[in-house]
Design a protein around this ligand. Sequence first.
Ligand SMILES: CC(=O)N[C@@H]1[C@@H](O)[C@H](O)[C@@H](COP(=O)(O)O)O[C@@H]1O
Length: 459
Amino acid sequence: MSDQVMNGRVQTVEQVTKVVTSGPDPWIVVRNARKVDARGIEQDFWVIAHDGVIAATGCGDEALASVYCVFGIEDGAAGMPSGRKGLAEGEGHDKGDERAGIAMSTLRASDGAPVEVVDAAGRNLTPGYVDIHAHGAWGMSFDDGVEGIGTARAGHMMHGTTRQVLSLITNPMDVICDNLKTVRSQMDRRPDVLGAHLEGPFLALSRKGAHDPNCLKDPTDDSVDQLLEAGDGSIRQITIAPELPHGVSAIRRFAAAGVVPAVGHCDADYETARRGFESGAGIMTHMFNAMNGLHHREPGPIPAAVEDPRVTIELINDGFHVQNPVLKMALNFAPHRIAFVTDAMSATDCPDGPYKLGALDVTVKDGHARLVSNGAIAGSTLLLEKAVQRAITVLGISPADAVEAATLTPAHAFGFDRSNPVTGAPIGLLSPGYAADLLLSDPETWRVERVWCAGRIVR
Ligand SMILES: CC(=O)N[C@@H]1[C@@H](O)[C@H](O)[C@@H](COP(=O)(O)O)O[C@@H]1O
């Protein structure tokens, strides 16, 4: 990577960190968009957000003008396209956004606060993407302290992942506890950090994948308590192999503490996996990867997840972890319950080369990460931007379903699609009352061009 790109990234990390740790813009208006969310598609769509929350949505500029009046926004017609009363693009106080070629104009709220009106010019407007399973990006991991979190979050944020549950890799218990404390401190500072996902240490040795076998253990009551105490409310999800001696009881204990346990990295038979879900596991960790697969006489954990309507199923839609025919089948057998996850590691959005996953050495070649020691696949270099794009253009999934898998479904896994203590306003839809997590993307390529997280403009 050139020095210029590296320097640019350092500045972007600083900028993203600054923006997310300050307050929301008082007003955001986006108009003339093609809305795509889990509820469907609407043309000529607009959204008004106030103090980080969507205040109103609708279609057509006449309706928008009447809502301007309701909110006391002055010079309502100025945000209209040319030909209507008010300013046309490029006139008066309009300012073009040269970077993304997106036209903007500025109106005033009755208290004098600026109201930026963004003309989406038919671009896709979607909710921000929510990644509930990723380890890093831009050369760093979420296990690498505050700097690692800031850097990797900026990498994902610039590609539309407005909120993220930070996955922590298997490590010695004291290291995991320290990493949890760092996540806790960042969660308190920045709305884009939703908490931690502990991927390990309670994984099956036979399905360890890219995790350090020396650190794997049985989830005894003591170890569960140790993690819950260190996490101090920051553990959102924990992957557990239910067949471990204390697997099911740990699932029960974590669920009782408000954590969502996930069945994964396991060699569980169908009955044991079912018991895991019955005991409170609400997620299946990257279905197909690092688990015993489907067999017609040994059903294993996959049918147990599929048949339980309460379970959200993670899927790494990169065409490599899971190939396209199986991805399509999976999307059909659990509609509205598949959450796209990236499992992205530090090499995400970076060149091929040597990297680390926890303490283990990884080589990335052609964008595929593998352990140096034994060639095991070691996470992905996927972004949710790419997962949505390939779902639509490669797998032929409807845009609404593809966006749902990257927004509402992962949010629902933690109850974030309703008001909650972590995000406050719900996330995952473009509806009044939901957080102002907004993306503008190219209508053909789905490349993300503009990003707002909790009402803060980050790109
Ligand atoms: C961070 C992490 O754990 N990632 C897992 C990895 O451990 C596993 O090796 C791989 C393939 O699993 P598979 O060979 O069973 O499909 O999937 C994911 O990349």
